[in-house]
Design a protein around this ligand. Sequence first.
Ligand SMILES: Cc1cc2nc3c(=O)[nH]c(=O)nc-3n(C[C@H](O)[C@H](O)[C@H](O)COP(=O)(O)OP(=O)(O)OC[C@H]3O[C@@H](n4cnc5c(N)ncnc54)[C@H](O)[C@@H]3O)c2cc1C
Length: 472
Amino acid sequence: MTPAQQSLVEQLRARFGERIALTEPSDVEPWLTDWRGRWHGQSPAILQPRSTDEAAAIVGLAGEPGVPLVPQGGNTSMVGGATPAADGTALILSLRRMNRIRSIDRAGRRVVAEAGVILQALHEAVLAQGLRFPLTLGARGSATIGGLISTNAGGTQVLRFGPMRALVDGIEAVLPDGTIHDGLSGLKKDNRGYSLDQLLVGAEGTLGIVTAARLKLVPPIHSRAVAWLGLASPQQALDTLRALEAGTDRIEGFEILPRESLEAALKHIPGTRAPLDTPHDWHALVEATADRADAEPPADLLARLLAPLIERRLVEDAVISASEAQAEAFWRIRDSLSEAERAAFGPATQHDISVPVDAMPRFMAEAAAEVERAFPGTSASGFGHLGDGNIHFHVRAGSRRGPDWLEREGEAVQRLVDDLVAAAGGSISAEHGIGVMKKDELERLSPDRVRQLRAIKAALDPNGIMNPGKLV
Ligand SMILES: Cc1cc2nc3c(=O)[nH]c(=O)nc-3n(C[C@H](O)[C@H](O)[C@H](O)COP(=O)(O)OP(=O)(O)OC[C@H]3O[C@@H](n4cnc5c(N)ncnc54)[C@H](O)[C@@H]3O)c2cc1C
């Protein structure tokens, strides 16, 4: 521990007790490596406030000596955003003990939750009050509200309700100078200049510590149905989505996957079964919901809207879930694709990218062809949130595979994919953020944008204590 870190820990313990800081290596160690095990950092301590005042004291005391802080929630970042640097100069600031739901406003459909509330716990708490928080993702058992806000997380319901940014109605945060920003008043109209709340969404812990948020809720799902479609191409999938959207505003999810991804899941994920009898080059999973008992049942809605599309041969074949268990089984295939692809195809580079929705089918075809031409023997394709213009584009090593393929060619593949995304007017990070993983690429491809982000960062965090080395 450096003298400045030691002094900070001692002052905090004197004020708030021993538990404000964890310094035993066995307590700290599990939080030094990211979820996927790609980045390993060092830190002598984890600071763990229980209240906004404690968080403000930590940041206030860290500012003067310039002790860097790495905010951390569930540590499920896909881009190394919550991992401290390897030099041990930063302390981890964990929000996990700030895990209270402060209030639920049933009539106004709002919840105020602290940053450390785990997404699944939030789902359960609001459901018990007859409401729903309409954002979900695979890491819901660990990801926290503070982390979801700080990465502007997406997930599978963005199509209807938007990403985290659209669901945030106000934020309470500790800014880098130790002051508390209180944006929880619930004002519907507030035009006092820049929105600090929205600035903190997607800031990846570089502008302050989110301590609590006021979030929008929607009515709970009364019933749902999931259709599995067989399709000829991503363009047909997109045309299908547009046709469905013209007929209803109750489509919550629209995910696509190619034939080889489905085959990988069927082969490597126990208990999965092909939803359709015949093979198709592409598949889509469509979820429709009803939030009222007197609404047209989702299965009937999907059947009614899909029938003419099947007749026109836009959709080659379709099956609609007949039970909740079958709906779950369809989603299980989708949710297991990363794991299935790893087992089936070995090493691959993975790119969380977006382009304008209507440009996606063409991008997928052209980018795959371009990558396969530049790296003969590889195979490339994407799956995921077509309706959001966001796919997870994977380049598999194929015949080039070897134990060190990722080290040898991963960076070159990454640069080519990012160049293609930039040329298509897209984003090299659709929903996972920049963290350490994409920092250099962001700067290479968007130098003007990075300059502007840095100006904002310098204005709010002149000592550079908030999550240094991430994003900018
Ligand atoms: C299995 C799996 C599936 C996933 N699926 C999706 C998906 O579908 N869509 C998607 O968008 N993401 C997905 N993710 C990524 C991940 O869940 C999100 O990035 C999540 O929002 C991170 O939350 P967290 O609490 O774990 O934050 P952490 O990983 O701890 O931190 C993430 C970033 O936020 C900062 N941060 C954390 N808490 C705070 C705070 N209170 N104040 C300020 N900064 C803070 C950290 O410094 C870091 O930069 C997935 C991850 C996994 C492991």
